[in-house]
Design a binder for this molecule. Structure first.
Ligand code: GYE
Length: 322
C-alpha cells in the first residue's frame, strides 16, 4: 500500500498526469454548478490529474461529440454524466475498442453496460420519498384530496424518469390526481414558464406542486407570487422540491418550499476512488449510491416509510444549510 502511494506520487511529480475527459451535462442548475466544482477540485493538477472538461449545454449530440473527442485525445479515463439515459451503446463500444474505461456519474445509462462503474443517486427512491412524505403530511394536516401539478426535469434524463416514476407510483397507490406534468428542463426559467401556464389552466384546482429540482421551484415560486397563489407550510399549495442545494434549503427555512428531497452532487471523490482502483488493476464496485437526506422544518417533519422502511427526516437549521 505504502509502495503504491510512493509510486503514484512519483508519477505525479514527474509531471505524468492522469488524463481525464469529463462530458458534463451543462450548467442548468445550482446542483450542476456544485457537481462541476467538485469534479474540478478533485481532478486538479495538484491531485495528479489533467482534466478536459466539456460543458455539453444540455445537448445530447454535443455530448456524444465530446466523448468522441476524448477518444481522439486518447485520454486515460472518460467520465460521462449522461444528459439522457439512452443512445449510448455505439459510442461506449468505441470507448471500449479504444481501451478507455468509462465511469458514469450522476444520471444513469440504461441501454448499455459498456462502462466500468456508476456513482450517483437513487432517483426513484427520491420520488417515492416525496410521495410517501406527502401522504403522511396530508394526513397530519387533514388534507384528504391531492391534486398535483408536476414540473419535471429534462425529459429522458434518468433523474427525471426516476422522480416521475417514484412519485406516480405513490400517487396511484393512494388514488391522487396528477393534473399535469410538463418539463421545466431543470431550469429556473423553465419552471417559471410552466408554472405560469399551470396557474392559468388550473386556477383554483391544485393543492400540490412538485418541482423536480430547486431551480424549477424558484421559477414556480415567482410565477405563483405573480398569480397570487400562496405556497409553503403556511400557504394553500404544498411545494415539493428535489436537490436540497443551499439556495433550496434557504427557501425551506423561509417557509416557501414545504419539503426538499436531497440529491447529493458531491460524487467526484468516489469517482476518483473508482479511477484509482482501475489504475491499480482492481475491479471497482459496479454501482455506488450517494447518501441523501429529506429536509423540512419541524412542522412539516412527519413519520413515513418507503416500502416498509422507516425514513429519517432532517430539520433545516442554519448549521445544516452551511
Ligand atoms: O437534480 C438537477 C440537475 O442529474 C440529479 O440535474 C441531476 C439533476 C439535478 O440539473 O438540478
Amino acid at each position: 500500500e505504502a509502495e503504491k502511494e510512493v509510486a503514484e506520487n512519483t508519477e505525479a511529480s514527474d509531471g505524468e498526469l492522469i488524463n481525464i475527459g469529463f462530458a458534463q451535462v451543462g450548467h442548468e442548475s445550482d446542483w450542476r454548478t456544485a457537481s462541476t466544482k467538485s469534479c474540478q477540485d478533485v481532478f486538479s493538477e495538484a491531485n495528479g490529474y489533467n482534466l478536459s472538461f466539456v460543458d455539453c449545454d444540455n445537448d445530447s449530440a454535443a455530448q456524444l461529440e465530446a466523448v468522441r473527442s476524448f477518444i481522439e485525445q486518447d485520454v486515460d479515463y472518460i467520465i460521462i454524466d449522461p444528459i439522457v439515459s439512452t443512445g449510448w451503446d455505439t459510442v461506449l463500444t468505441e470507448c471500449e475498442d479504444a481501451g478507455i474505461p468509462v465511469i458514469v456519474i450522476d444520471r444513469t445509462i440504461d441501454d448499455s453496460d459498456k462502462y466500468a462503474a456508476w456513482v450517483g443517486s437513487d432517483f426513484k427512491q427520491e420520488g417515492l420519498a416525496a410521495g410517501e412524505w406527502l401522504k403522511a403530511y396530508a394526513d397530519a394536516n387533514g388534507i384528504s384530496e391531492i391534486n398535483a401539478l408536476v414540473i419535471s426535469g429534462t425529459t429522458g434524463a434518468s433523474a427525471q424518469i426516476g422522480r416521475s416514476d417514484g412519485f406516480k407510483e405513490v400517487a396511484d397507490k393512494y388514488g391522487w390526481t396528477i393534473l399535469d406534468e410538463q418539463t421545466g428542463d431543470f431550469t429556473e426559467d423553465g419552471g417559471q414558464e410552466v408554472m405560469e401556464s399551470y396557474c392559468k389552466s388550473y386556477e383554483g384546482k391544485f393543492n400540490v406542486v412538485v418541482c423536480q429540482n430547486d431551480n424549477e421551484a424558484f421559477g414556480a415560486m415567482t410565477a405563483m407570487d405573480n398569480a397570487g397563489v400562496t405556497y409553503g407550510p403556511d400557504g394553500d399549495v404544498i411545494l415539493i422540491s428535489f436537490d436540497a442545494c443551499t439556495a433550496g434549503l434557504e427557501e425551506v427555512k423561509a417557509r416557501k418550499i414545504t419539503a426538499d428531497f436531497e440529491c447529493n452532487p458531491l460524487a467526484a471523490p468516489t469517482v476518483e476512488e473508482v479511477i484509482q482502483t482501475l489504475k491499480n488493476g482492481g475491479t471497482p464496485e459496479a454501482e455506488v449510491y450517494m447518501p441523501e437526506h429529506w429536509y423540512a422544518l419541524p412542522d412539516a417533519i412527519v413519520e413515513f416509510s418507503i416500502n416498509g422502511e422507516a425514513q429519517e427526516m432532517t430539520e433545516v437549521t442554519d448549521a445544516v444549510i452551511e
